[in-house]
Design a protein around this ligand. Structure first.
Ligand code: AR6
Length: 176
């Protein structure tokens, strides 16, 4: 779908396998170290240089984002977001929205034309995917009209069921 001039894509797959995208987003931990899930996959694919570059920016707080080079990944940048831990970091929806807002702000500041997001906080951090998707849909409707450089936002979901949630909620938001 399109919001203003911005293409919104939803796909199933692996965030480290998006070679046509300039910046991929990491669902990071506060120390910006390798971990499980998205962070583990990104650090393995990027090589040890990524964790070394991240040291200067850690620790980060929930909702914050930092940008680094992509090292051995096929992209130009990695934008690292620390999502809220569901039930622990409050208010969750604001902190999760800030992840997406801050990642998009960094992309714009760096004149990036395409970005791919995983479903931040919905894995180890326990955010229910339905609720998290409502936040994502709301933020993209809020920010897309003001974008100057970003022309493509891609949401990369690991599971078919998460993909179906995104598809349903995005379609509903386009109709309303
Ligand atoms: N590509 C796309 N999506 C993925 C991938 C992948 N390679 N791997 C997992 N997912 P998570 P969080 C999905 O746990 O909840 C880490 O250990 C996954 O199924 O990566 O923000 C960090 O070090 C889920 O739907 O991120 C932090 O400590 C979503 O991506 C902590 O987990 C997010 O899962 C961050 O937790």
């Amino acid at each position: 779908m399109k919001i203003e001039n911005v293409q919104i894509e939803v796909t199933t797959g692996n965030i480290v396998n998006q070679p046509d995208i300039a910046a991929i987003v990491n669902a990071a931990n506060a120390q910006l170290r390798t971990g499980g899930g998205v962070a583990g996959a990104i650090n393995r694919a990027a090589g040890p240089g990524l964790e070394k570059e991240c040291v200067q920016y850690a620790p980060v707080k929930p909702g914050e984002a930092v940008i680094t080079k992509a090292h051995d990944l096929p992209n130009q940048y990695v934008i690292h977001c620390l999502g809220p831990v569901y039930g622990v970091d409050h208010p969750e929806s604001l902190l999760l929205a800030n992840c997406y807002r801050n990642a998009i702000r960094l992309a714009e500041e760096n004149k990036i034309d395409s970005i791919a997001f995983p479903a931040i906080s919905t894995g180890a951090f326990g955010y229910p995917v339905e609720e998290a998707t409502d936040v994502v849909v709301s933020v993209i409707h809020e920010v897309c009209p003001g974008l100057h450089y970003l022309r493509k936002l891609r949401f990369v979901l690991f599971s078919k069921s998460d993909f179906a949630v995104y598809q349903r909620k995005l379609t509903a938001s386009a109709a309303s």
